[in-house]
Design a protein around this ligand. Structure first.
Ligand code: SF4
Length: 506
């Protein structure tokens, strides 16, 4: 199988850089549904531009390339050991080339392995089948949406929806609850894989497997097909919208399966995927490992652009700010303002915040903007280059952010999904703002990064968690939490919660 490793490297590269046609079609249908000029429409415009850039440059659509999960079917006699070895080789090579971010972290030491290989990484599911071909399907699902997965044990009580019983009506409530509780944190609009039944771990596994169905297929079980259609209609009435900015599109797909359960258990498992729904597959020749056919793709249909035009159209009403930010400039901002940041910026996520709680920063952070981001970086010669740099979910820093702002004088926090009451109070007290970047728009923001000026804690924390010092130009964000205690996220959670309550009765 001399071509096997190369074929799998091509599969990984294409999965990371090119959305499958069914997802593109769902996004293309969703985009015109948002009113031009709204934050939802702006988010879609950036997403579309990002998808086109990633395809053009064969670069990661999103910097979080997720946990590579392979579904492999092979005929009897084909060595699983050989396939696993080739896949690991391809994953390590794709990481070296910057197609995948180093994402595998030792859970005990916190050390990043640097090549996406490690205990339990990548994930393989093997199956033997009758056909004389190897089929490999791959999904790359990042941490932001993975953290929005939900599992319910019926009967249960759900916020705004009341009791969910052990029937399809109870299942419907659980799924709607999952969409509502994700808000924008899983980079809405999302797509759901759902499993009704089975035991806890297998139910989650079957839910994730539903994400290998195309978004436009129809469930062969008429009852589940009806439920899928109903969820799509009702979830898109919730008003969560792209990025949780509010809007008409919260979901681009819902795929449901059912498996038998124990009499005592009734689980509903929801695998939440984001708009950057990266899933592809190939058929391979079992003797050479060469690709004979792509799955999910139609060779007759060339890849069409998603964005109407290149880049993001500025209106002239944007607020242009240079770092370091002054308290006066920050207090003048209000929720809804579009801000273009110029100057220097530092990335900082989980490990940096944990460090700052115990130690002083390695640089002066007064007036600084911290970016919740774990980028893909490549070193060429002595210089680092940003290959993908979208925001990560900010809520993970909620326990620390307020204190870090107060202690070190930060004026801006860039991330996605918003933050909570503690951060909001600190922003009001000290004069700081939360600037929402568009989740998953890793190429859009990589292009706004002019230069990597330096890096702190690279050896200790690894690439995604290190503190990167960047120079940015026209780095586009939207104020969603201002220095006066206003929060788009808190307002929207309340409003969508009220809408959710209207769906309780069925
Ligand atoms: S688009 Fe958002 S949720 Fe999806 S992988 Fe990227 S950062 Fe994570």
């Amino acid at each position: 199988m001399q071509f096997l490793a190369n074929s799998l490297l091509e599969l990984i590269t294409q999965t990371s850089a090119n959305l499958p046609p069914d997802v593109r079609a769902a996004m293309a249908a969703a985009m015109p549904m948002e009113t031009p000029g709204t934050q939802a429409a702006q988010a879609f415009q950036i997403i579309a531009d990002n998808v086109d850039s990633a395809y053009r440059d064969e670069a990661p659509i999103c910097q979080d390339t997720g946990m590579p999960t392979f579904l492999i079917r092979a005929p009897a006699g084909v060595s699983q050991v050989q396939i696993r070895q080739a896949a690991c080789q391809a994953v390590a090579e794709a990481t070296r080339l910057g197609k995948l971010r180093p994402n595998s972290v030792d859970s005990l030491t916190g050390k990043n392995t640097g090549n996406n290989l490690g205990v339990g990484t990548p994930i393989f599911h093997f199956e033997q089948w009758e056909e004389d071909a190897i089929e490999v399907k791959l999904i790359l699902k990042g941490g932001g949406c993975e953290n929005m997965n939900a599992q319910y044990s019926l009967p249960c009580e759900l916020a705004h929806l009341g009791r969910a019983d052990r029937n399809l009506e109870g299942v419907r409530k659980c799924i709607l609850h999952a969409v509502w509780q994700a808000q924008g944190q899983g980079c809405a609009p999302g797509a759901l894989g759902v499993c009704i039944g089975s035991d806890r771990p297998h139910s989650y596994e079957l839910a994730k497997e539903q994400l290998f169905r195309t978004l436009d297929d129809v469930n062969p079980n008429p009852e589940l097909a009806r439920l899928e259609a109903r969820i799509m209609e009702e979830a898109n009435r919730l008003g969560v919208g792209p990025m949780g900015f509010g809007g008409r599109v919260s979901l681009i797909g819902c795929k449901i399966t059912a498996a038998n359960r124990l009499p005592a258990s009734f689980f509903v498992s929801v695998a939440y995927d984001c708009w950057a729904f990266r899933r592809l597959g190939v058929r391979l020749d079992p003797s050479s490992g060469a690709i004979t056919r792509w799955l999910y793709r139609d060779p007759e249909r060339p890849v069409a652009r998603l964005a109407g035009e290149e880049g993001f159209t500025l209106t002239g009403r944007e607020v242009v700010l240079a770092t370091p930010l002054t308290e006066e400039a920050v207090r003048a901002l209000k929720v809804g303002d579009v801000v273009l940041i110029n100057g220097e910026m530092y990335t900082g996520r989980d490990m940096v915040h944990a460090y700052l709680m115990k130690n002083p920063p390695p640089v002066d952070l007064r007036g600084a903007v911290i970016y919740h981001c774990g980028p893909v970086m490549l070193k060429q010669g002595d210089e680092w280059f940003t290959k993908a740099a979208g925001p990560t979910t900010s809520s993970r820093e909620e326990p620390y952010q307020g204190e870090v702002i107060g202690r070190y004088g930060l004026r801006g926090v860039v991330g996605k999904g918003g933050m909570g009451a503690k951060t909001s109070a600190a922003m009001k007290e000290y004069g700081a703002v939360y600037l929402h970047a568009i989740g998953g728009a890793a190429q859009f923001y990589a292009q706004a990064t002019q230069k990597v000026l330096g890096v702190h804690f690279l050896a200790e924390f690894g690439v995604p968690e290190a503190m990167w010092h960047l120079r940015v130009k026209n780095f586009l964000t939207i104020v969603t939490m201002d220095a006066h205690g206003n929060s788009l996220h808190a307002d929207l959670e309340r409003a969508t919660g009220e809408t959710l309550a209207t769906l309780a009765g069925g």
